[in-house]
Design a binder for this molecule. Structure first.
Ligand code: KG4
Ligand code: ZN
Length: 365
């Protein structure tokens, strides 16, 4: 299929309600005509984490407003589109249902095709939207609910090389922020605090580095941080500013070290299989962390491999990635209908055994 394709994408699987319009003409660069995001940080602020019921209600209230805004910004009407792409999972089910219902309504009303998209495929295909990465490439998907190495071989063809056996790094950042009294989402708060901290003051563990393979673990790191926090509070009656900064810097350095070393191993494995396309990409909210990006970039430099890092706004949840993944499915001739189901769990590599406890936050895969 060679014609220009323009899709509306909807995203509502976690705590961002988003709509975007993306256009692609073969031979030309994809264009993000609009990308609207309504976050919910304020709504969950008093609860120290995302409350699924509050998230679902907010998505239901905001989806049509975001769609309208995305169409206005793109200067298009529904009738100018070729289809509606929507996150159909994995994620917090109430939010995913709200998105799927909205997309079905739009498709039924306009007669446009409906395309269900795996949220993780949205992240994993982002390097094709931003850098036209040819298949295959290795990608580290690292977010609030996920941490896995995947070989992307096609829009619907992923092989998992390894992943976390407990917490996802974003979840660990969020819990760390909570333990230290910093605002949610934890990633940006901890990164901000770490800027003035000493990463070497506390000796945090680097779990599973002594074991072969690319599996990871982050829950022990959080426990080590809790222990140090309690010790400091007992000694000084509270946390001093420098303590908090040093704890954040030490925690972030440990996460970066683990991700870098495991990326080195995943890359070696990948390059054995696909020496012709040496590329490592990163996606998901944690990929917005500059220390982690820097560590991964060094791994790629050492291995003579291209590092593909999407711009920060396309690393965290957004609907442009959903519209793009929809375009990839649309071009492959795939369509859904009104039987499209919202799925709380939906692993990208259907063959790989389920990871122990992975994706606990929001039960994402
Ligand atoms: O991909 P994402 O927007 O949502 C999903 O989980 O799917 O990722 C959100 C996660 C949160 O846990 C957040 O704390 C983390 O990404 N995050 C970061 C940073 N920005 C967002 N983690 C570390 N450093 C950051 N700068
Ligand atoms: Zn995500």
């Amino acid at each position: 299929m060679t014609k220009t394709v323009t899709l509306l994408g909807l995203e509502s699987s976690c705590d961002d309600t988003a709509a975007a319009v993306v256009r692609h003409t073969p031979g030309a660069l994809p264009e993000i005509l609009s990308s609207v995001i309504a976050g919910q940080t304020d709504l969950h602020a008093d609860f120290g984490g995302i409350v699924p019921e509050i998230a679902a209600r907010a998505h239901a209230e905001k989806l049509d407003i975001c769609v309208e805004e995305a169409l206005i910004q793109a200067n298009l009407h529904l009738s100018d589109l070729d289809g509606i792409a929507v996150t159909a999972g994995p994620g917090l089910i109430g939010g995913v249902v709200a998105g799927v219902m909205c997309a079905k309504g739009l498709a039924a009303g306009s007669g446009l095709p409906l395309i269900g998209v795996n949220h993780l495929a949205g992240h994993a295909l982002t390097p094709r939207l931003t850098d036209q990465a040819p298949f295959p490439y290795l990608i580290l998907l690292v977010s609030g609910g996920h941490c896995q190495f995947l070989i992307a071989k096609g829009p619907d063809d992923f092989t998992r090389l390894g992943g976390t056996i407990d917490d996802a790094p974003g979840e660990a950042f969020d819990k760390t922020a909570k333990l230290l009294g910093l605002p949610q989402p934890g990633g940006p708060s901890v990164e901000g605090e770490a800027k003035t901290g000493d990463p070497n003051r506390f000796k945090f563990p680097r779990p599973l580095l002594d074991r072969p393979g690319c599996d990871m673990s982050f829950s022990g790191l959080k426990t080590a941080l809790l222990r140090e926090r309690d010790r400091l509070v007992a000694e000084h009656g509270g946390l001093r500013h420098a303590d908090r900064a040093d704890l954040c810097a030490g925690f972030q350095a440990a996460v970066a070290d683990v991700l870098a070393e495991k990326s080195r191993r995943a890359l070696a494995k990948y390059l054995q299989l696909s020496p012709g396309t040496p590329a490592l990409s990163v996606a998901g909210g944690v990929a917005a962390n500059m220390t982690i990006r820097g560590a991964l970039e060094s791994v790629c430099d050492d291995a003579g491999t291209t590092f593909l890092a999407p711009p920060l706004a396309l690393c965290t949840d957004n609907a442009a990635m959903i519209a793009w993944a929809g375009i990839e499915r649309f071009r492959a001739g795939e369509r859904d209908d009104m039987t499209l189901q919202a799925r709380p769990r939906w692993p990208l590599d259907q063959q790989a055994p389920a990871m122990l406890g992975s994706g606990k936050k929001g039960a994402k895969a």
